[in-house]
Design a protein around this ligand. Structure first.
Ligand SMILES: CC(C)(COP(=O)(O)OP(=O)(O)OC[C@H]1O[C@@H](n2cnc3c(N)ncnc32)[C@H](O)[C@@H]1OP(=O)(O)O)[C@@H](O)C(=O)NCCC(=O)NCCS
Length: 277
């Protein structure tokens, strides 16, 4: 694997290898089975600056005609590219875990815009969620259970205290107000990614008021303003810093979160290259 140190900032080619650990090492699936179960979560992320110019053709070959049309609507190349990377990675992850042609996956769209995979009739009900931000895309996959992922770029300008007062719960605002200025953005985005991952998991998106629930950043426990609204014991959250400029959070609803195995890693680009040709 070429690193920045070796390549002096040169763009990395499609050659990253999967981590040799966890259940994902048993993929890619080729025999019609699946490596996914309701107790497993697969999370892949992809950095735009790891994708070489020559690799875009491969990624574009994997997405659907409809995704192509949507990708053309973005004004900035960076937005179009991260959209393509996200959807190619999503299709790649599905095929890695379930077998089949990545171009064959079809999605329906729920009331608040959440895409749901139309799972094969004879297979498990796969649940998938996508997030993209400046320079990074991520995809989370499981079986049956509600799942949400959110990635954010750490460099973005945000008037954190002001915005938090408008949208966060009171105890989150207090936590944010107490942290030193140097850690404000990171703390704000830690809350933000967790909150977005949750509203994406339940499928409501930003139609769900963000101050109706709150997080403790040490325990990653969620609490609800209205105790009947949801059950904190059925939610599991993770936080990741996939690189120095990004934060990521994962939300999963599970009857027994202690049984979950989560495999999280950079998308194996050599595999995506292979399925796109
Ligand atoms: C979902 C939402 C929170 C996304 O936030 P974001 O930080 O801007 O975007 P992210 O990159 O994290 O996620 C975007 C992806 O989430 C998925 N998504 C869209 N709506 C979703 C929802 N309600 N729940 C979960 N996931 C959703 C899509 O795959 C989308 O990517 P795509 O457009 O490339 O397919 C926000 O856009 C929202 O609230 N949308 C709802 C709007 C709504 O209520 N529409 C109703 C009429 S359709």
């Amino acid at each position: 694997m070429a690193t920045d140190a070796e390549g002096e900032g040169e763009r990395m080619k499609l050659e990253e290898k999967p981590a040799k650990q966890g259940f994902l090492v048993h993929g890619p699936v080729t025999d019609g089975g699946t490596i996914m179960t309701p107790d497993r979560v697969a999370l892949w992320w992809i950095f735009l600056d790891r994708i070489a110019d020559s690799d875009w053709e491969t990624l574009e070959a994997v997405i659907s005609d409809e995704e192509h049309i949507r990708s053309e609507r973005f004004h900035f190349d960076r937005d179009r590219q991260v959209y393509i990377a996200a959807h190619a990675t999503c299709r790649g992850l599905l095929s890695y875990c379930l077998g089949g042609d990545p171009r064959s996956w079809r999605f329906s769209v729920e009331d608040h815009g959440k895409p749901e995979l139309i799972s094969p009739a004879d297979g498990p009900r796969m649940r998938v969620n996508i997030s993209h931000t400046r320079g990074l895309a991520a995809v989370a996959l499981t079986v049956d259970h509600d799942i949400g992922v959110d990635v954010e770029w750490l460099q973005r300008n945000a008037e954190t205290d002001k915005l938090a007062k408008r949208v966060f719960a009171a105890r989150e605002c207090r936590t944010l107000a107490a942290v030193p200025q140097a850690r404000k953005l990171e703390t704000f985005l830690s809350f933000w990614t967790l909150k977005e991952a949750y509203v994406k998991a339940i499928g409501k998106g930003l139609s769900q008021p963000l101050d109706a629930f709150s997080f403790d950043l040490d325990t990653l426990r969620i609490d609800f303003e209205d105790r009947l609204a949801d059950d904190p014991a059925k939610w599991h959250f993770e936080r990741y810093a996939p690189g120095p400029e990004h934060l990521m959070a994962l939300a999963i609803n599970h009857p027994e979160p202690a049984r979950l195995t989560i495999d999280a890693m950079a998308a194996p680009l050599d595999y995506l290259h292979g399925v796109g040709v």
